[in-house]
Design a protein around this ligand. Structure first.
Ligand SMILES: Cc1cc2nc3c(=O)[nH]c(=O)nc-3n(C[C@H](O)[C@H](O)[C@H](O)COP(=O)(O)O)c2cc1C
Length: 382
């Protein structure tokens, strides 16, 4: 996939290097085009280093305004200034980026970023309306504190969200109309009002599966234990703490779901003798634990269960344990990994167990693994 990233002269240009990094990380080729004003905010050298390609600044280098867009899947302008939006709305072509936008034969996405008064100005409102009518895609802006210290609409959408939105827009919509319910992250079982029993799950694998499903056009409900991650753009996030809360959130959202993916590291036990007050330090503390409900099995035992995928994080006998889980839980797929190689990391090595056999995947980023898991699910539900 190849994107032309246009950068115009706004403060938010400082976020462009991060945007390039995110695209490049997912294997997207980025060709950077800057306006003259943009070079005042961020140097072409930085962007060249990150994109690995020369940055285009001038329209007086042959037929660049035609050639570039012919090889691209999309043009994204982020940040898009009020001035640049006015140019696009009126068909101006007095620099390389505006000429490219006018001469393009691929979709154009603009991520506006400006002071809230500029955004609310009648001229900008008119231009935005025209742009929408012309079939140009707008990403944001968001509401919040601005670089100038004012608060309102005009903040550029965060690079993470722009990147996932672009990837969703450009991916083949193989899961269109499918509804996914995904659990992710750890659960927390209270011991007292300030202490919990939890585990080392970061939530990354589940969030990547949610993002991959969204990119393919699926609707996603993400039931998540506490994590430091931001929810993938477009997912319905339901935040929970305990395993019991996770089960309740799953059951509240299960109707009409086509695919259930239980990635969460659900605590096997909860504390029966939990204290209502903060426990004082004592010689010996005995906790009484009782098993938690089995969420995956509850879903797979429904009268009309969705396609169920479970995860098995094992420290030994991975194949044996994963196979047993496939049988016992009556699910269609188990993704097995060695826990010590997976928890909290950005990469993973997994094997996909189904009744047809085992598919071993080489070590890869959790994003790539999520895509491969989605491919395998896709083959079985289509
Ligand atoms: C410090 C500074 C910050 C600016 N920030 C923005 C901004 O966030 N959004 C915007 O629309 N214009 C902003 N401007 C104004 C643009 O830089 C100006 O309109 C410029 O002509 C835009 O050129 P371009 O659209 O060709 O990149 C800023 C100007 C300065 C001096």
């Amino acid at each position: 996939m190849k994107i032309i990233l246009g950068i115009t002269g706004g403060i938010a240009a400082y976020k462009a290097p991060e945007l390039i990094r995110l695209f490049v990380k997912t294997g997207i080729e980025v060709e950077v085009v800057m306006t003259d004003a943009a070079t005042r905010f961020v140097t072409p050298l930085t962007l060249q280093a990150l994109s690995g390609k020369p940055v285009h600044l001038s329209q007086w280098e042959g037929m660049m305004h035609i050639d570039l867009s012919r090889q691209a899947d999309a043009i994204l302008v982020a940040p898009a200034t009020a001035d640049f939006i006015a140019k696009v709305a009126n068909g101006h072509a007095d620099d390389l980026l505006s000429s490219l936008c006018l001469a393009r034969d691929c979709p154009l996405y603009l991520a506006p970023a400006m002071n809230r008064q500029m955004w609310e100005n009648a001229a900008t409102r008119r231009n935005i309306e025209r742009i929408r009518d012309d079939g140009i895609h707008l990403i944001g802006p968001e509401e919040g504190i601005q670089a100038c210290g004012e608060t309102g609409f005009g903040r550029m959408t965060e690079p993470d969200d722009i990147a996932s939105l672009m990837m969703s827009s450009l991916s083949a919509k193989t899961m269109l109309g499918k509804r996914f319910l995904i659990t992710a992250g750890p659960t927390q079982e209270p011991i007292d009002p300030v202490r919990v029993i939890t585990n080392l799950s970061s939530g990354k694998m589940g969030y990547e599966i949610a993002a991959a499903a969204l990119q393919r056009g699926a609707e996603v409900v993400l039931v998540s234990g506490p994590t430091c991650l931001s929810s993938p753009y477009g997912a319905k996030l339901v935040s929970v703490g305990t395993a019991q809360q996770m089960l309740e959130a799953v059951m509240e959202n299960i109707e009409g779901i086509d695919v259930f993916v239980g990635v969460a590291a659900v605590s096997d036990y909860h504390v029966v003798n939990r204290s209502g007050e903060k426990l004082k330090k004592q010689e010996r503390l005995l906790l009484e634990l009782e098993p938690n409900p089995d969420i995956l099995k509850t879903v797979s035992s429904l009268e009309n269960p969705p396609f169920c995928v479970g995860f098995a994080a094992e420290t030994e006998k991975l194949h044996e344990n994963a196979r047993a889980k496939l049988e016992n839980k009556k699910v269609q797929m188990i993704v097995g990994n060695l826990a010590r190689d997976a928890l909290g990391r950005d990469d993973n090595e997994v094997a996909i167990f189904t009744k047809e056999g085992v598919l071993k995947l080489p070590r890869a980023s959790k994003r790539d693994i999520a895509c491969q898991i989605l491919e395998e699910i896709g083959k079985r539900i289509s």
